[in-house]
Design a protein around this ligand. Structure first.
Ligand SMILES: Nc1ncnc2c1ncn2[C@@H]1O[C@H](COP(=O)(O)OP(=O)(O)OP(=O)(O)O)[C@@H](O)[C@H]1O
Ligand SMILES: [Mg+2]
Length: 371
């Protein structure tokens, strides 16, 4: 497999006057990894991204993409291999969704048929119907839809490296969560090397294979969410992790180990091949497609199953089986949910996790939990 990582070697960036925006940054992003850069406003996140695709040049130090110094690439060619979503979606308002997405393919002189097929395929990837959306202008989309299109534009030519600068920053918490789940699902399929900038620690802990914490242009600590929680380097990092630290540490690593399945009962098969199922004694109903992919949930059993679609919560919150139990518990508490569905990387429904089982599992073995 073609592998493309990104490496910073002692990189410093000074703008004309003032303190360094980035200082002595050394960091390696593995191929296929989603690395989150997080830190307060002005700490150098955007500058760090912009040096990778040479929109800015470092004052000193070297950046490597796929093992080669970025200065050895022609900047235009380099940028074609790197998808970039800028802070705010950066969609061009006078262009339709389709024209926005096919911007780079057009520059690469793909023919019309190939471009159209790609746009169709991409929109499908995030559940947007081509006929309904391709010809709208950005102002005719919701914030979440605009952000999706921004992400698709970065994916258009299937670049191995993607830089995302607060792509979901402008969204309300629920839409944000939906897009985060979508990004995780896409990433499980596409295995891109992604550097993702955010201010939001919840987002960082949920998305990042590793999280790098920056302050005043300097890297304070980098590690997996679990590593950071177990050993925050200093007070600043601990403060940043905030309430994640006040949650109990778990003796198990993944939600996978806490899933309850019970017997699953099919309440109804819809003509579309979708099924309405219940699991064990859990009162919720889930809608899954013929492949078992979670399509929605509702906390009441629809009296008339035909009316299922009108009461379903289509973008149901769910927990990944690979999420850590502390994240699951936090989400259960925040969502005031008794239980939530658990899905695998492909969003297949694999079980449920209840508040009670999470707490029980967390408290067994460590004996210091009270939530
Ligand atoms: N073109 C520029 N000229 C001079 N200074 C700049 C320029 N761009 C950024 N800076 C400064 O460099 C520092 C880092 O800016 P940067 O945009 O990288 O921060 P950031 O972490 O992305 O912040 P935010 O979270 O607000 O987007 C800031 O102090 C900023 O004022
Ligand atoms: Mg920024």
């Amino acid at each position: 497999m073609f592998t493309v990582g990104v490496k910073f070697e002692n990189v410093t960036k000074m703008y004309q006057n003032g303190r360094p925006a980035v200082q002595g940054l050394s960091l390696e992003v593995q191929s296929g990894e989603l690395l989150v850069l997080i830190g307060p406003s002005g700490c150098g996140k955007t500058t760090t991204l912009r040096m990778i695709n040479r929109l800015e040049e470092p004052t000193s130090g070297t950046i490597y993409v796929d093992g080669h110094d970025v200065r050895s690439y022609n900047p235009i060619q380099l940028r074609r291999g790197i998808g970039y979503t800028i802070q705010q979606t950066g969609l061009l308002p006078h262009m339709t969704v389709e024209q926005n997405i096919e911007l780079v393919p057009r520059l690469l002189r793909w023919d019309k048929k190939r471009r159209q097929e790609r746009v169709r395929e991409l929109l499908e990837l995030v559940g947007m119907d081509y006929r309904a959306f391709a010809h709208r202008y950005p102002r005719q989309l919701s914030g979440g839809q605009q952000q999706r299109v921004g992400v698709l534009r970065a994916l258009a030519t299937d670049p191995p490296v993607i830089l995302m600068d607060e792509p979901f920053g402008a969204l309300d918490p629920i839409s944000r969560e939906v897009l985060q789940t979508e990004l995780k699902r896409l990433q499980a399929k596409l295995h891109k090397t992604i550097i993702f900038v955010t201010h939001d620690i919840d987002e960082a802990m949920r998305l990042g294979d590793r999280v790098a914490i920056l302050r005043d242009g300097q890297l304070l600590q980098v590690g997996t969410p679990t590593e950071l929680l177990h050993a925050p380097q200093d007070e600043f990092v601990a403060k940043f992790l905030g309430r994640f630290l006040s949650l109990p540490q778990s003796p198990v690593d993944e939600v996978r180990q806490l899933i309850q399945t019970g017997e699953s009962r099919i309440l109804k098969e819809l003509p579309s091949g979708e099924r309405v199922v219940q699991m064990g004694s859990f009162p919720w109903c889930f809608l899954i497609d013929d492949q078992g992919v979670l399509k929605g949930a509702t906390c009441q059993v629809p009296e008339d199953l035909e009316q299922w679609k009108s009461i379903i919560w289509q973008e149901a919150a769910s927990i990944k089986e690979t999420d850590t139990p502390d994240i699951a518990l936090k989400r259960l508490i925040e969502g005031e949910a008794e239980a939530l569905p658990v899905v695998d990387e492909e969003r297949h429904l694999v079980g449920i996790i209840s508040h009670r089982s999470a707490i029980k599992a967390l408290s067994s073995g460590v004996g210091r939990v009270s939530v």
